[in-house]
Design a protein around this ligand. Structure first.
Ligand code: HEC
Length: 150
């Protein structure tokens, strides 16, 4: 009898606990945007290492990383919904009062990344590095204004 009860409790528990583990959709939205940004940082970091000479410059690899970055950038804004403003994150509160400026910066970043892909495929190394510098500055400018420093 006792054994059956334990089995029953275990079964019910396995049904109930996943339910209590369901995450808040707004928190998921924040995790999503942070995940995409992390992915962008990963790819941009690798390009940066090549630009700084910490890694040897490989044109094909650079073009591949630039391509991936340009695919990821348009996904970020899906995660910056006004409803997420109360969720704890590294976004400063001024994002929500300047949302159109914030969104515009991502549009500009997206164009910059597409340009980087184009140049990485056809341009000289010096041009690639120059365009990378323009892109990296856009990241930094936005972070200075809208991201908490941690
Ligand atoms: C228009 C503004 C803006 C631009 C442009 C921007 N970022 Fe960010 N970034 C943010 C904000 C705001 C956060 C904090 C997000 C949060 O915590 O929800 C962030 C967070 C990040 C993070 C941390 C992600 C995490 O939580 O692990 C990385 C990495 C990052 N950005 C990389 C980049 C790179 C690289 C670029 C340029 C290619 C870039 N960002 C361009 C606003 C921007």
């Amino acid at each position: 009898m006792k054994k059956r009860l334990i089995i029953l409790v275990a079964l019910v528990g396995s049904v109930i606990f996943p339910l209590t583990g369901i995450s808040d959709p707004l928190e998921d939205t924040v995790t999503y945007r942070q995940g995409i940004l992390f992915g962008i940082g990963w790819n941009v970091g690798a390009m940066g290492a090549m630009v700084k000479g910490e890694m040897s410059f490989d044109k094909d690899k650079f073009a591949f990383l630039a391509q991936r970055t340009s695919i990821l950038i348009p996904m970020v804004l899906e995660g910056f919904k006004l409803e997420t403003k109360e969720i704890e994150s590294n976004a400063k509160t001024n994002v929500w009062s300047n949302l159109s400026d914030f969104e515009e910066r991502f549009t500009t970043l997206s164009k910059g990344a597409e340009e980087l892909v184009r140049i990485a495929e056809v341009g000289a190394e010096s041009e690639v590095k120059k365009q990378f510098g323009i892109l990296a500055k856009q990241c930094k400018d936005c972070h200075d204004k809208y991201k908490k420093s941690n």
